[in-house]
Design a protein around this ligand. Structure first.
Ligand SMILES: Cc1ncc(COP(=O)(O)O)c(C=O)c1O
Length: 389
């Protein structure tokens, strides 16, 4: 790795962090190391585990390259690489939660995170409580003597409420609780959670870091205080990622800055345009001045990615389906962050607090890298179909 003098811009860092080409004969990219067994030179070294690599599950030059690149982006003490974004949620929770603990989770959380909390964590004897995303320092009122973790995600999945992360972190730290944040939407380019008081930053690297809808991966990055426990949990669980997938994400990271800028620009222009269209009640995008949390978003985030939601002006499932079925460029699929545009109906039936009311059905849009006029025409066809349904 060329030496970062601390002043490099984000795209320079994305291009040069992680591996040092001189470690592998000058080849620009690191090798994809397929490994279970690692050989030791002699019995004494084996006995003391006295070498850098010891076993495939504990890391390879490929996973180290990605972890080092993510550490540089996050400002973290250490990063683990796991096989999916959902594993990046479940592994830190398993590493830190114990029977009898009280864990606070934002109500607007990614749905499978909620499912994990409500099933496996509950079964393990962990008490889960959901909180209102705009609670801020008011979270203090929910603390109990056994509150050990606050799990946040901001902006919210699908409805994009923005949380006051510094205020929540400050209160959580006052009682010794660990703050975890799913930061997939912003990526470390637009928000570095650890700079805002978060202890553990979580990413579905499947999304923008991968960027091509062809790989699943997760990263979890911790500050100095939480790193040993996170690493111990990861080692105990043995859920390391395959080398090809790790390599794919490192490859994606190199271009993430330019892709994200384009996603963000396209998405904001389309969001602004949608606000003026018939058939739309509201656009839920925190970078829009009309968004109720816009000021908070501007305070903490340095940019917006390409995913947001629209609320149709009335109607129900029939209108939502008419909208979705009329789309030709936007695909109907869930995993966002790739180069292509997507649309999905939003389900809020599992929420207990942050569930509206909304004027009509919600549809989440991921704005891809296609030409903006083509995307607008496609969305216009959807809106027309919904109005006629
Ligand atoms: C906010 C958020 N976190 C985590 C995940 C899980 O990522 P993966 O699909 O890699 O399991 C997703 C996937 O959609 C997500 O939107």
């Amino acid at each position: 790795m060329a030496k970062n003098n601390g002043n490099w811009g984000i795209n320079t860092r994305l291009a040069h962090s992680g591996n040092d080409p001189r470690d592998f004969f000058g080849f620009v990219n690191p090798p994809v190391v397929h490994a279970s067994t690692v050989l030791y030179p002699d019995a004494a070294t084996m006995n003391s585990r006295g070498q850098k690599y010891t076993y495939g599950t504990h890391g390879t030059p490929t996973s180290d390259a990605l972890a080092a690149a993510i550490d540089e982006l996050e400002g973290s003490a250490g990063t683990i690489i796991v096989p999916s974004g959902l594993a990046a949620v479940t592994v830190p929770l398993l590493a830190f939660a114990a029977a009898g603990d009280h864990v606070l989770v934002v109500d607007s959380i990614y749905r499978p995170t909620r499912h994990f909390c409500d099933t496996m964590l509950k079964r393990m004897g962990v008490d889960i409580e959901y909180y209102e995303p705009r609670i801020g320092a008011g979270i203090k009122a929910l603390f109990r003597p056994n509150t050990k973790i606050v799990f946040t995600e901001s902006p919210a999945s699908n409805t994009y409420e923005v949380q006051d992360i510094p205020a929540i972190s400050k209160e959580a730290h006052a009682i010794g609780a660990v703050v975890m944040m799913d930061n997939t939407w912003a990526t470390p380019l637009y928000l570095r959670p650890l700079d805002h008081g978060v202890d553990i930053s979580i990413h579905a690297a499947t999304k923008y870091p991968g960027g091509h809808s062809d790989v699943l991966l997760g990263t979890v990055s911790a500050n100095e205080a939480c790193w040993p426990q996170l690493l111990a949990g990861f080692d105990a669980l043995g859920c390391c990622a395959g080398p090809n997938d790790v390599y794919q994400v490192l490859r994606g990271l190199r271009t993430m800055g330019v892709r994200l800028e384009h996603h963000g620009k396209n998405a904001l222009e389309i969001a602004r345009w949608l606000e003026t269209q018939a058939g739309i009640a509201r656009v839920l995008h925190p970078a829009l001045p009309s968004h109720p949390d816009h000021t908070l978003w501007k305070r903490d985030f340095s940019g917006a990615s390409g995913v947001f939601s629209i609320v149709l002006a009335g109607g129900g499932q029939k209108q939502a389906h008419a909208f979705l079925d009329a789309l030709k460029i936007f695909g109907l699929g869930y995993s966002w962050g790739g180069y292509e545009s997507l649309a999905v109906p939003v389900f809020l039936g599992d929420r207990t607090i942050a569930k509206g009311p909304y004027e009509g059905p919600l549809i989440r849009l991921q704005i891809g890298l296609e030409d903006i006029e083509d995307l607008k025409a496609d969305l216009m066809a959807g809106l027309t179909a919904a109005l006629e349904a």
